[in-house]
Design a protein around this ligand. Structure first.
Ligand SMILES: O=C(O)CCC(=O)C(=O)O
Length: 286
């Protein structure tokens, strides 16, 4: 393996498939963290979000890598890409990217237990998310919690009355998990967590009185084709390798996430989103 591909040891790869997640401090330097804090507070990013929302709730500002060239560089950062190639293979695309900010107001910003794959099912499950911390993640500021091994449960139910709801509806899997199975994910600023798209996770309210900033980049194997939900501008951008135009299908049966209303305020109502085949507006190599 070249150094570029050699970001995980064999034990770490085994641990990812055993637990469904990995956590690292120090993926980025202190200077890089400062750079990304500055960019995320600049007009290039801030003009895309509502300030009142950001004070009250967890804001997931999507399409982040299209807002500044350095943010696309971050998605292709060797410290990250070298760790995901051993998990997804050599040909990797962005599924989506976002700034994930928990509000400073105490007691807000909860994100319910869920599996990411429920939001955007694909033809196979070779997808994962990397959360890059711009602030230390701590239990006090509502760090993510993950249930070890839950990626092996398959896709759980995230629907109510036939419609998609963002939270998983099978609480036995976190309420009855042992303390050892439920892990607090606490990378420091500049650290990252990597989790499988079926890993059950959630994050409680922020009690720190300060905002908690993170950048989430979700990646997929080039041969994972999206079955539902919306595309963002950066959906389908290549991160490494090449676009092979091959679809790999795992045998499984999924309930597609049927929405009550359009995802964007101006959008036409499409209950299953705009996914079909399969790239956002920034992709020019088709
Ligand atoms: O912002 C957080 O702490 C939760 C983010 C999350 O669970 C997700 O993006 O899937």
């Amino acid at each position: 393996m070249s150094a570029w591909r050699d970001g995980l040891t064999e034990d770490e790869v085994r641990q990812y498939w055993e637990d469904g997640f990995l956590v690292y401090d120090d993926a980025l330097t202190a200077e890089e963290v400062e750079l990304y804090r500055t960019i995320c507070a600049s007009d290039a990013v801030v003009s895309n979000r509502s300030q009142s929302m950001y004070k009250q709730e967890t804001v997931h500002l999507l399409g982040l890598t299209t807002m500044h060239p350095a943010l696309l560089d971050l998605a292709r950062h060797p410290a990250i890409v070298s760790k995901i190639i051993p998990l997804l293979g050599p040909d990797i695309q962005i599924q989506h990217s976002k700034l994930a900010t928990k509000p400073p107001a105490k007691g807000l910003g909860e994100f319910p237990w869920h599996q990411d794959f429920a939001f955007y099912p694909h033809t196979n499950t070779d997808l994962l998310s990397v959360m890059i911390m711009l602030d230390d993640a701590t239990p006090e500021n509502g760090c993510m919690q993950m249930v070890k091994g839950s990626h092996r449960l398959g896709l759980l139910d995230h629907s109510m009355d036939g419609y998609f709801v963002a939270g998983c509806q099978e609480p036995q899997y976190w309420e009855h998990a042992s303390a050892e199975q439920t892990v607090q994910i606490t990378p420091k600023a500049g650290g990252i967590s990597i989790h499988h798209c079926l890993t059950l996770h959630g994050s409680p309210v922020n009690l720190s009185g300060k905002e908690r900033r993170g950048i989430v980049i979700s990646y997929r194997a080039d041969d994972a084709y999206q079955l539902a939900d919306n595309l963002f501008n950066d959906t389908g951008l290549m991160v490494c390798g090449e676009r092979k135009e091959l679809v790999r299908c795992e045998p499984a049966t999924y309930r597609l996430p049927k929405r009550h209303q359009p995802l964007s305020k101006s959008g036409t109502y499409r209950p299953f989103g705009t996914a079909w085949n399969q790239v956002g507006s920034e992709v020019t190599d088709y």
